[in-house]
Design a binder for this molecule. Structure first.
Ligand SMILES: NC(=O)c1ccc[n+]([C@@H]2O[C@H](COP(=O)([O-])OP(=O)(O)OC[C@H]3O[C@@H](n4cnc5c(N)ncnc54)[C@H](O)[C@@H]3O)[C@@H](O)[C@H]2O)c1
Length: 254
C-alpha cells in the first residue's frame, strides 16, 4: 500500500477532538507516527483508539499557550518518535462575541490560544525540523480571516494573524526547506461548533440545511481538512509554501 507519510513524525495540536482528530487519523493512516498534543486528557483515549487500529499515535498533554509546555511537547515528540518532520497547529477556540461585547480577558484568551500558541509551537518545533533537513508546518486558519465577521471579532482577527504568520514564516524558512502553509476549513459541524451554535439557538439540523446552500452543496468535514493536510505534509507538495488553501465548498468564488 502506498503511504505518502511513511517514516515521518508529526505533532498535531488540539488533536484530541474535532478537525484535529480527523487530521491525526489522516496523517497516521498515511504512514506517519503522530503525537496528539492537547490540554484535554481525552487525548489519551483518542490515541488509544488509533493504537488499537495498529497506528502509531501517542498523547502528550500540554497547554500550547505556555512556552515551557510547547518546548516539552516538541522534545517529547522527538524523544518518542526519533525526530520531527510535520507540525500541524490546529488547536483553537472560537467564542462568538461582537467587538463591543469582547472583554479584555476574552480577547487575551483568544489571542493566546489561536495566535501566541502557534508562534510558541513553531518556535519549539523549527530547530527539530531543521535537524531533519526540512519539514512541513500546517496552520489552521479560517475563512473568517479574510472577511468581515462581526460576531466572531477576536477570532477573525486572530486567524488573520495566522495568515500573516504563515506567509512571514514561509519566507523566513525556505532556505531550511521548511514549508509553511495554512488551511481554511470553511464550516465544519464538529461537536464544539454544534455547542457554540446551540448558544444562538441554531441546531445541528439548521447547520446541515445551511450547508446545502453552499455552492458545492454541503458543510465541510474534518476529513476534508485531513486530506489537504496529508497532501501539504507530503512530498507531493514539495514546491508549495506560503499558501492558504480554502476548503470552503466554493464559497469564496461564488
Ligand atoms: N469547526 C469549524 O467550523 C472550523 C472552521 C474553520 C476553522 N476551524 C479551526 O479548526 C480548529 C479546530 O476546530 P474544532 O471545531 O475541531 O474545535 P475543537 O474544540 O473540537 O478542537 C480544538 C482542540 O484544541 C484543544 N485546545 C484548546 N486550547 C488548547 C491549548 N491551550 N493547548 C492545547 N490544546 C488546546 C481542545 O482541547 C480541543 O481538543 C480551530 O483552530 C478552529 O478555529 C474550525
Amino acid at each position: 500500500m502506498y503511504l505518502p507519510l511513511e517514516h515521518k513524525a508529526a505533532i498535531v495540536t488540539g488533536g484530541a477532538s474535532g478537525i484535529g482528530y480527523s487530521i491525526v487519523k489522516g496523517l497516521a493512516r498515511a504512514g506517519a507516527s503522530v503525537i496528539i498534543a492537547d490540554m484535554n486528557e481525552q487525548g489519551a483515549e483518542a490515541a488509544e483508539a488509533l493504537v488499537q487500529e495498529g497506528l502509531n499515535v501517542t498523547f502528550v498533554q500540554g497547554d500550547i499557550t505556555l512556552s515551557a509546555d510547547a518546548q516539552r511537547i516538541a522534545s517529547k515528540a522527538v524523544e518518542h518518535l526519533g525526530g520531527l518532520d510535520i507540525l500541524v497547529n490546529n488547536a483553537g477556540i472560537y467564542p462568538r462575541s461582537m467587538m463591543q461585547d469582547t472583554t479584555e480577558e476574552l480577547w487575551d484568551r483568544v489571542m493566546s490560544i489561536n495566535l501566541k500558541g502557534v508562534f510558541l509551537m513553531c518556535q519549539a518545533a523549527v530547530p527539530w525540523l531543521k535537524k531533519r533537513g526540512g519539514g512541513a508546518i500546517i496552520n489552521m486558519s479560517s475563512s473568517h480571516a479574510a472577511i468581515g465577521s462581526p460576531e466572531l471579532f477576536a477570532y477573525a482577527v486572530s486567524k488573520g494573524g495566522i495568515s500573516t504568520l504563515t506567509r512571514n514564516l514561509a519566507g523566513a524558512l525556505t532556505r531550511d526547506r521548511i514549508r509553511v502553509n495554512a488551511i481554511n476549513p470553511g464550516w465544519v459541524a464538529t461537536e464544539r461548533e454544534i455547542e457554540v451554535r446551540a448558544l444562538d439557538g441554531q441546531t445541528y439540523e439548521w447547520l446541515v440545511e445551511r450547508g446545502k446552500m453552499l455552492p458545492l452543496g454541503r458543510l465541510q468535514t474534518g476529513e476534508d481538512s485531513a486530506g489537504v493536510a496529508v497532501f501539504l505534509a507530503s512530498d507531493h507538495a514539495s514546491q508549495i509554501t506560503g499558501q492558504i488553501i480554502q476548503i470552503d465548498g466554493g464559497n469564496e468564488v461564488s
